[in-house]
Structure formats: C-alpha cells, structure tokens
Design a protein around this ligand. Structure first.
Ligand code: CU
Length: 186
C-alpha cells in the first residue's frame, strides 16, 4: 500500500484545472501593472487586464496593464494614443498615428517574453528570426514619417524601430542604466 500514497497526490494534481494553479490575484495583477511606470503616473492610472476587465478605476489619462500579451507578465502603462494602437493591434485593424504616443515598460519583459521585431502578429514569437527582448524601455509612437533615420536593428545599441513595416511602428527606447539589455537571436 505504500506506493498508493505516492501515486495519489500526483493524480489529484493532474485533475485540478490548470486555471486554479495559474490564476493570479487581482492585487498581484494591479501591483505588476503599476510597476511599469513611475508612481506619479501609475498611482492614479486606470488598471485593466489584457482581456479588458477593469481592475481599478483611475483618475488620470493613463492605463496600466499587467501583461502586454495574455500571461506574458510584461507590464506596461499607456497613454490614450498607445491604448488606441493596442486595440488596433488586437483587432488587426489599421492605425495611423497623428500625434505622439507614450508607453512605459520600466520592468522590461521576463526572459522568453520578447517578440518578433517585424510584426506583432508573428505565429511564434519565441522562434522568430528577429526575436527581441529589450529590458526596461519606453515605447514612443510618432507619425510614421518621423521615424526616418532611426535604426531598425535592435542591436544598434540605442533606440530602434519595432514593427516598422506595419501600421504599428514605434520607437523602442531602452532606459536601463547598466549593461546590454537587448537580447536577440542573432
Ligand atoms: Cu514594450
């Protein structure tokens, strides 16, 4: 009978729905979302989940999310222009920048949570030839003609253009004070 006590816990674990293990508390999500930007912004920001669920109503024009893509644990705080672009990305609809948009990602992204630098709609970001993790950064949307002269190569060592040939082009601006933060497959 000794072996049964070893087998049983394994079975119990296996039949539990995955969500009961993976689900994070609302507070955990709010705290991660707020960690993306200075408190002068995040304290009064509206916090929403990536599926649009309101986690905390704010009083300024900023919106913070605990994840950039569902479950990637890469928090960000967006102004209104960035929120519009994120919605366009989600619905694969057109977006034309007529003003500057600013997003803070001061925590960067966890290892393995980077993206293809060519498109937000890559079928398998992790294995993209142009995979990139940036570390702590800002993301700046500008009208597309103003992107001229900014490198498209993440390894250039400074700001670079992400998703440049799509409607979702923006400048990635690494802000870490120390070390090489950008990681690519090249
Ligand atoms: Cu980012």
């Amino acid at each position: 009978m000794k072996s049964l006590s070893i087998v049983l816990p394994l079975v119990v674990t296996a039949v539990l729905p995955v969500s009961s293990i993976a689900d994070e508390s609302k507070q955990t999500k709010i705290e991660r979302a707020m960690s993306a930007a200075p408190s002068s912004i995040s304290e009064n920001a509206t916090i929403i989940d990536t599926d649009g669920t309101l986690l905390k109503q704010g009083t300024n024009d900023w919106t913070c999310l605990p994840d950039t893509m569902p479950g990637d644990k890469a928090p960000l705080c967006n102004d209104e222009t960035w929120m519009k672009m994120m919605q366009a990305i989600g619905s694969k609809s057109d977006f034309v920048a007529d003003r500057i948009g600013i997003s803070y990602m001061l925590q960067g992204e966890p290892k393995g949570s980077g993206v293809s630098n060519a498109t937000p709609h890559h079928a398998n970001h992790k294995h993209a030839e142009d995979y990139v993790e940036t570390g702590p950064h800002l993301m700046i949307i500008v009208p597309k003609n103003l992107l001229q002269g900014i490198p498209t190569d993440p390894n250039s060592g400074g700001p670079y253009v992400m998703w440049g040939d799509t409607p979702y082009a923006h400048i990635m601006l690494p802000v870490s004070l120390k070390g090489k933060q950008v990681v690519t497959n090249k």
